[in-house]
Design a protein around this ligand. Structure first.
Ligand code: ATP
Ligand code: MG
Length: 357
């Protein structure tokens, strides 16, 4: 990479499996993960203002990343000048995503909001992590969100003009159509994947903990509901809340108000989970995603772990490393290697002041 964040010019030749980036605070460890993520997805996980990625006082930044997977070699080059980004894959210009599948799974401490944060954080997991495993999910989500925002605009108008919201009915039909499909897909994906998630969580806690994840719908539907049944329930509920919706100028029921209920050993994770338990849940979901992508594409994504491994106790860390060892190329950051990485074929890099040794 060239002029990327605090790096002037830097080459890194990672190992096939564990790569440990060790160094004091503010030396550039996360910046390296960011550059890998950028090469895989075409965007940063830290900022939408890509100008920030260019080294201060420099005119441009560029990273070149060579990926080797079974049977193919891919070179991704990302060049940034203020206001413009250029992505090339094997010399061919690409708009947006370089690979068309994630290729990378990232875990930073920010991901822990999935447990303690608002329902929106858990819906993000459904929409952007599980959703891509169904071919129609993204389209359905997009349509639903559009209809939702148009309907909300009409509700606002109805309140301001003191009407009863007559034209809403046209939108209601579409809202229910896409909404029931979306909800049905969410419940189906969760049902399909939950057994694997539960088994993995047991493994990472060495059989000590039991996770349950259920879908909590604002429409109060059961897990066995079909799409038509959901549709009926949705339109029925909409009729009931119509007046309140106009008063509050927003759509009050539907998949955009839903949540996931996560429990460990029967207790609500949001309220009772310790830090380590929260980390373990999110890690479980990340490792699950890696394995699911592998079964969909035949290739393991790269795993990036930013300041995650340390807070886990020895047993959980061992269980995780055993699970990934020899399979997944992993990059992890830490301030000091204070655990046993012998036997994991790890490559250790020291990051200091924008240089890697
Ligand atoms: P920590 O252990 O605290 O997480 P880190 O090693 O992960 O530290 P990074 O987040 O990678 O540290 O950031 C290292 C440094 O990079 C910061 O001091 C930051 O000021 C600097 N930096 C960020 N963007 C730029 C930029 N565009 N130009 C120059 N330096 C930058
Ligand atoms: Mg960092």
């Amino acid at each position: 990479m060239l002029n990327f964040r605090n790096f002037a010019r830097q080459a890194v030749e990672p190992g096939l499996y564990f790569n440990v980036l060790s160094g004091r605070n503010a030396q550039g460890k996360t910046n390296i993960l960011e550059s890998i993520y950028l090469a895989c997805t075409g965007r940063s996980f830290r900022t939408a203002r890509e100008k920030e990625l260019i080294k201060r006082e420099k005119e441009f930044s560029s990273i070149r990343c060579l990926f080797e997977t079974r049977g193919r070699e891919v070179e991704v080059k990302v060049t940034l000048v203020p206001g413009r980004k250029r992505i090339e894959v094997n010399g061919v210009l690409k708009s947006g995503h370089p690979f068309g599948w994630p290729g990378v799974v990232l875990f930073t401490p920010d991901d822990l909001v999935m447990i303690k944060g608002s329902p929106a954080e858990r819906r993000r997991f459904l929409d952007y992590d599980l959703g891509p495993f169904h071919p129609h999910y993204a389209h359905c989500l997009d349509r639903y969100n559009r209809v939702l925002s148009q309907r909300n605009a009409l509700l606002r108008e109805a309140k301001e003009k003191r009407t009863t919201g007559g034209p809403l009915e046209v939108w209601d039909e579409q809202l229910c159509r896409y909404g029931s499909r979306l909800l049905f897909l969410r419940v189906s994906l969760l049902k399909k994947f939950f057994p694997a998630i539960r088994a993995l969580h047991r493994e990472l806690t060495e059989g000590a903990e039991n996770i349950e994840i259920s879908y909590l719908s604002s429409l109060k539907i059961g897990e066995e509901c079909g799409e038509d049944e959901i549709y009926e329930r949705f339109s029925g509920e909409l009729r009931l809340v119509r007046d309140e919706e106009i008063a509050r100028m927003q759509t009050l029921v539907g998949p955009h108000r839903d949540d996931l209920h996560i429990k460990v050993d029967g207790h609500d994770a949001r309220v009772y989970c310790s830090q380590g338990q929260q980390r373990t849940i999110v890690l479980t979901l990340k490792v699950f995603l890696i394995e699911q992508w592998r079964s969909e594409t035949g290739e393991y994504p790269i795993l990036l772990l930013d300041d995650v491994l340390f807070e886990l106790d020895d047993n959980r860390r061992e269980a995780l490393m055993c699970r990934l060892g020899g399979l997944v190329q992993t990059f992890l950051t830490c301030t000091r290697v204070n655990f046993d990485i012998e036997g994991f074929k790890a490559k250790v890099f020291t990051v200091s002041g924008g240089e890697v040794t």
